[in-house]
Design a protein around this ligand. Structure first.
Ligand code: GTP
Ligand code: MG
Length: 523
């Protein structure tokens, strides 16, 4: 058995022990999701980003900003988002001050330049220019020890990943290596929370109860470096009417159920962000979709975003995935590997369509791990829920389930990652997709209630199928790919070809070649 500690979302800076395969899991203090998001938002609220002309100016920025107060965190990153078909490379520094008053001091000391030609927004998104005062060498006090990590949000190329994996012997180790080198890191997470906070800040003076909540892979801990940022804008969170008040705000009429109203609201939000917010670019309004979204790039944070309104169900879905990821150290590395496999052989795509998505694949992995008794069913999480866990989203969706997983018994399953990977492919190679649905709530296959090719019950709205869009052709391709992968992993073992391990799984050509070879041998 390989019992390797893995770094939790809450302790993203902690490094995994390199003597991986024998050490026991790192004691990981579990943080409930709401608290985790609160902490991340608090960090974002006292952070600034500063664009520099050259990377070597980072130290000057540190020196200059140190005059405003103690710095908790500083890192350099580059943003490479394409604008007007041109690849822009920007060098930036992210700084989190220890205290809000230091953040305020930095902003108060900042200025606009070229007043005649700008929208004079005051945001914590700044650029650094050399003046006499910035070159004064101030004596550093508490910030003396801080080291600026360079290129903190680097996304490894396919070749770099391949080289890393080629250096590792066992498949279990390769799975962990892949996870370690491709998962969204602390810097990427901070920039995503910072982006969400800037949009919230932009509208806050008019709507004090407005929140912009990140969800999806950026926060559910299944995200990789460079993943998109899913955001939900909620106009009026936790606002309850004060029955005793005699002064009532004058307001405009609006109904969240009225599609025209929602469309108009989103159009205005999109236009305001595009006009006022530095960094926001390539704004596209996709308002006719079932869930209307605004797509945009944040060029200063290097993030691609999808913003929807009032989507609390998605928030709780992310919480559920986060909880599953926290339950066992093997969950995330396995999900990462299977998502990478699907991407490498063209099963998933960035473009939505009648094929399987990363989200659906994640559901399939979690369901498989329930079959192995690594994870519990959602119904058992509901049964263990306390009064504090009661949540209802978007008026009618029951999102009540146990949040404090430290109360759950640990799994007795000690299978290695390699075994789980092979068993995953083998399980779905033989799954009766024609009759059975995947139900994470029951934790076992159930009879399909409708005849969609692939049926994965939505864990929060059990009568809905999250994979209703998947076509029969895509399902066939998926099942064939499961069988190919099972075959590749099994024959590797028999022939003792361990040199490449996972890599053979990620190569389309090699799978096709192996498949043809197996057919020849069978004849
Ligand atoms: P990547 O963006 O591919 O890294 O993964 P993701 O989990 O963020 O997926 P995506 O951006 O497509 O969706 C964001 C979130 O929306 C998911 O994590 C889910 O919470 C939710 N979501 C996505 N697809 C569906 C779906 O088909 N049904 C439901 N109910 N929720 C979905
Ligand atoms: Mg996403």
């Amino acid at each position: 058995m390989s019992t390797v500690g893995t770094e939790g979302f809450a302790t993203l800076d902690g490094a995994r022990s390199k003597s991986a395969s024998t050490v026991s899991p790192k004691a990981n203090s579990y943080i409930v999701y709401d608290e985790l998001l609160r902490q991340r938002k608090a960090e974002a609220s006292r952070s600034i980003i500063v664009q520099v002309q050259k990377e070597n100016l980072c130290d000057d920025v540190l020196l200059y900003c140190s005059q405003f107060g103690e710095i908790n965190k500083i890192f350099h990153y580059t943003s490479h988002i394409i604008e007007h078909s041109q690849k822009e490379n920007k060098d930036l520094v992210f700084i989190e001050f220890k205290d809000e008053k230091h953040f305020e001091a930095a902003l108060t000391a900042s200025t606009h330049a070229n007043h005649q030609y700008i929208i004079p927004a005051c945001t914590p998104m700044l650029w650094f220019r050399h003046t006499k005062s910035s070159s004064i060498k101030k004596k550093l006090t508490s910030n003396k020890q801080i080291e600026i990590k360079k290129d903190s949000c680097k996304v490894l190329s396919k070749m770099e990943i391949k080289n890393k994996l080629a250096k590792v012997d066992s498949i279990s180790e390769q799975i962990l290596t892949l996870y370690d080198f491709t998962k969204l890191n602390d810097a990427g997470t901070r920039l995503r929370f910072f982006t969400a906070y800037q949009i919230e800040r932009c509208f806050k003076s008019l709507f004090p109860n407005l929140v912009v909540v990140p969800f999806g892979s950026s926060v559910n801990t299944f995200g990789k470096q460079g993943c998109d940022l899913d955001l939900s804008l909620i106009l009026d969170q936790n606002n309850t009417e004060k029955i005793s008040s005699s002064l009532v705000y004058q307001t405009k009429y609006f109904s969240g159920q009225n599609k025209t109203h929602v469309k108009r609201l989103m159009e205005t939000i999109a236009d305001s962000m595009s006009t006022f917010l530095p960094g926001v670019s390539n704004v596209k309004k996709i308002l006719e979709a079932r869930v209307p979204i605004i797509k945009f790039d944040h060029l200063l944070c290097g993030v691609e975003c999808d913003l929807s309104t009032t989507n609390m169900t998605a928030y709780y879905m992310s919480e559920l995935l986060y909880i599953f990821g926290e339950m066992d150290w093997r969950v995330r590395p396995l999900v990462f590997t299977i998502r990478k496999w699907a991407e490498s052989i063209g099963l998933t795509s960035k473009i939505p369509g009648p094929w399987i998505s990363n989200f659906m694949l994640t559901m399939m992995v979690l369901f498989f791990l329930q079959q192995q008794h690594v994870l519990p069913s959602i119904n058992s999480l509901k049964l263990s829920a306390s009064q504090n866990d009661v949540r209802v989203a978007d008026v009618h969706v029951d999102c009540t389930f146990l949040r404090d997983i430290t109360k759950l018994p640990k799994t007795k399953n000690t299978d290695s990652l390699e075994k789980l990977l092979l068993d995953f492919f083998s399980y779905y190679s033989n799954f009766d997709f024609s009759a059975k649905a995947i139900s994470l709530n029951m934790g076992k296959p159930v009879l399909k209630s409708e005849n969609h090719p692939l049926y994965i019950c939505n864990p929060l709205e059990v009568n809905l199928n999250v994979s209703r869009i998947v076509s029969i052709d895509s399902l066939h391709r998926l099942v064939l790919a499961f069988r190919d992968a099972t075959w590749v992993l099994e024959t590797k073992k028999e022939r003792n070809h361990e040199s490449k391990g996972l890599l053979s799984l990620f190569s389309k050509e090699s799978i096709q070649k192996n498949w043809k070879e197996s057919k020849k041998t069978a004849r």
